[in-house]
Design a protein around this ligand. Structure first.
Ligand code: PRP
Length: 212
């Protein structure tokens, strides 16, 4: 495994865009473009081996060293706080973590606020910082349903275009933090692959620097 720089990419639309960036930066791996169910691709020419990984699992592969490098959303990094280096903002998958609720929502500070979310750690820290008492309701998807059906008062979720909120008569109440895809690295592996990793960061940095 050691000869190659092992890179975990998030499987899906975002991952394909991220791969395009790596290719532009000189880290192409032509076989990855072939339609197949394979999950591992390597290029002897550029010295990289790519893995398609479920987006929320990328940080686990990198933290445990099964991948040297990976691309993970800042939402995942804030939620799970993996012990990895964060090397570069790739400026893809740009969105924000926000509190949202019904358009007429008014916070009654005399009551515990019921918050539905996938991101319980981010939510607890955010409201702890505000000194607001909350009851976190952990959901796994379709979070927007919760305030509509009265399961929660508000939600903490990712907002990209705002379409999901709009189409369910919800609105952003507060923004928590901007989110985008980040290049991360395993701390121990970085020690003996620092030259290769730094070269990759420089090459990607040039491409990303052209984005605003
Ligand atoms: C995310 C998020 C919102 C939606 C926001 O869901 O949870 O539901 O995208 O995007 P928009 O502002 O452009 O409408 P995702 O599609 O990642 O799936 P999920 O339901 O599993 O969270």
């Amino acid at each position: 495994m050691n000869k190659y720089l092992n890179i975990a990419l998030p499987k899906g639309r975002l991952g394909e865009k991220i791969y395009d960036t790596f290719e532009k930066a000189g880290y192409g791996c032509p076989s990855i473009r072939e339609n197949s169910r394979k999950l591992i691709f390597e290029s002897e020419e550029t010295g990289v081996r790519y893995f398609w990984v479920k987006p929320s699992d990328v940080a686990i592969y990198v933290e445990r060293g099964a991948a040297d490098i990976g691309v993970a959303g800042k939402d995942i990094l804030l939620e799970y706080e993996p012990d990895v280096y964060e090397l570069l903002d790739l400026k893809e998958g740009v969105c924000r973590m926000a509190v949202a609720g019904k358009k007429d929502f008014r916070d009654d500070t005399g009551k515990t606020l019921r918050v539905a979310t996938k991101f319980t750690n981010i939510t607890e820290k955010y409201y702890l910082g505000k000194g607001r008492d909350i009851d976190v309701i952990k959901l796994n998807g379709s979070i927007e349903l919760a305030p509509v059906l009265g399961l929660s008062d508000v939600i903490v979720d990712i907002v990209e275009t705002g379409t999901t909120l709009r189409e369910n008569d919800l609105a952003v109440i507060e923004e928590i933090v901007p989110i985008s895809a980040r290049l991360i690295a395993n701390k121990a592996n970085y020690k003996f692959k620092s030259d290769e990793t730094d070269a990759l960061v420089r090459a990607l940095g040039k491409i990303v620097g052209e984005r605003t």
